[in-house]
Ligand binder design. Structure first.
Ligand SMILES: Cc1cc2nc3c(=O)[nH]c(=O)nc-3n(C[C@H](O)[C@H](O)[C@H](O)COP(=O)(O)O)c2cc1C
Length: 442
């Protein structure tokens, strides 16, 4: 006879929660791993776990309406004859044409240009619309070499050598067949409609010495004019930053594990890499140890959403940040306006992450000509510019409240942490104490 316990409700396992059970069943039914877009969905320590202190008696705030707080940044001042000068330290991260529609790429260029910042190409090359509408365009040089050509290297304003991405350090890119249109195939010199997997490492280098040679080649091909960035996924930020600097980088781009992707294995997105928050201080330490902080600029990305995030990244020592996912949301991705269509795809606006499938109702992560037409690049560009303006103003407001007349004057001393984890990672004291784990204090 079965025994029914009338006192306690059925208890679900925290280890085998509903999502985990469903994923085991999905794997058992299909025999394939899950691929998706976007970044880490589980909660890891992040900028939300930090707070600014603001000024009071011991610090003197700046008056918002009368006293200036500069937001400009110069990127590539180490060797490049033509460094990049931006009005705001918020740049648009590299996102490929192929992953994104031509209209989306154009919208990013338009928005960045209005806001006085840069945008970046991606795996798959530079489109004419993107070049034409981006005042400052960074050209990615990737392991895949898809869309790479020397002419575009020279048309760019800076070059970003991609070693890795935060969503998948050590992994390569993916673009599934349904998004390989004639134009995408043509730009990548590959057949239409067939899944493309990009290499996880550059074919012609086996270590940091080869990176040095590569940087030198790119400088020569561009007459030492363009800043050379090196982008790495957050894995070993101290040593990766130090090696990039030694190899001759003008700028290091460090992308934490929350960083978005167009298409990667879920197991990779959720389990490989370091939280953005944990990457910044070791990278800054490496720059300081080499006497290169502020001489080689540091761009941080991975989960940046607001002016507060920007201010926190800068206070921890970054020179600028890059945004991917938030820029896509600003131009219209995952918008509840398309909810009915998201539901037909078996999802909901806020959770939609099948960016690799090319069926994006908002016309952004697709190559379908009908869907792409839904995105008006002019209006979308304006939305992005508004968003960038708001974030810049938010960061400025915080900086003034901390008594700083430039965003770069924010410092770790302006911050406290809400959790022990964030305190250890950001190396700022736990709120209400002077204690930093591993460093003493009361
Ligand atoms: C749709 C999409 C496409 C991307 N394509 C590339 C790419 O081609 N090359 C690259 O280095 N990173 C790529 N990324 C990663 C971004 O450059 C950036 O590192 C990341 O989006 C930053 O994190 P965030 O999305 O949380 O802002 C892509 C990201 C997204 C969302």
């Amino acid at each position: 006879m079965s025994y029914h316990n009338p006192y306690t409700p059925p208890r679900k396992s925290a280890t085998f929660d509903d999502y985990t059970l469903a994923e085991i069943r999905r794997a058992a039914a299909t025999g394939i791993y899950d691929i998706r877009g976007a970044g880490t969905k589980r909660k890891v320590p992040h900028f939300d776990d930090l707070l600014f202190l603001g000024a009071s008696i011991s610090r003197y705030p700046l008056e918002g309406y009368r006293e200036k707080c500069d937001t400009s940044v110069v990127l590539g001042s180490r060797y490049a004859k033509k460094p990049i000068v931006l009005k705001t330290p918020i740049t648009i991260a590299g996102m490929s044409f192929g992953a994104l529609s031509g209209n989306a790429k154009e919208a990013l260029g338009r928005g960045a240009t209005i806001a006085g910042t840069s945008t970046t190409t991606g795996d798959g090359g530079m489109t004419d619309e993107e070049r034409g509408h981006s005042q400052t365009l960074v050209y990615q040089y990737l392991p895949s070499r898809y869309g790479m050509n020397p002419k575009d290297l020279r048309r760019a304003d800076a070059i970003e050598i991609v070693v890795g991405q935060g969503a998948k350090p050590g992994g390569g890119g993916m673009l599934l067949g349904q998004k390989i249109s004639d134009r995408v195939a043509n730009m990548r010199n590959l057949p239409k409609g067939i899944d493309q997997r990009s290499a996880c490492r550059h074919p012609d280098w086996t270590g940091p010495d080869d990176l040095e040679i590569k940087i030198m080649e790119l400088r020569e091909i561009t007459d030492w004019e363009k800043p050379i960035y090196v982008k790495v996924g957050g894995a070993r930020p101290y040593y990766d930053t130090a090696l990039a600097v030694k190899a001759g980088a003008d700028v290091v781009v460090l992308d934490g594990m929350q960083g978005g992707t167009a298409a990667t294995q879920d197991v990779f997105i959720e389990n490989v890499g370091m939280p953005t928050l944990a990457c910044i201080r070791p990278a800054v330490q490496a720059l300081q140890d080499l006497g290169m902080h502020r001489k080689v600029q540091l761009i941080i990305s991975g989960g940046i959403r607001s002016g507060a995030d920007v201010a926190k990244a800068l206070a921890l020592g970054a020179d600028a940040v890059a945004i991917g996912t938030a820029a896509l949301v600003a131009i219209g991705d995952n918008d509840p306006h398309w909810e009915e269509e998201y539901q037909k795809l078996g999802t909901t606006a806020g959770a939609y992450d099948d960016w690799h499938e090319g069926k994006d109702p908002a016309g952004i992560t697709t190559q379908d000509p009908e869907l792409s037409k839904r995105l008006d690049p002019v209006a979308a560009g304006r939305r992005l510019a508004n968003y960038l303006k708001v974030m810049t103003l938010e960061a400025q407001t915080i900086a003034r409240a901390c008594g700083k007349n430039h965003l770069h004057n924010l410092e770790p001393e302006d911050l406290v942490a809400l959790t022990i984890e964030a305190s250890a990672m950001a190396q700022v004291p736990l709120a209400g104490t002077s204690w930093i784990p591993g460093k003493g204090g009361f």
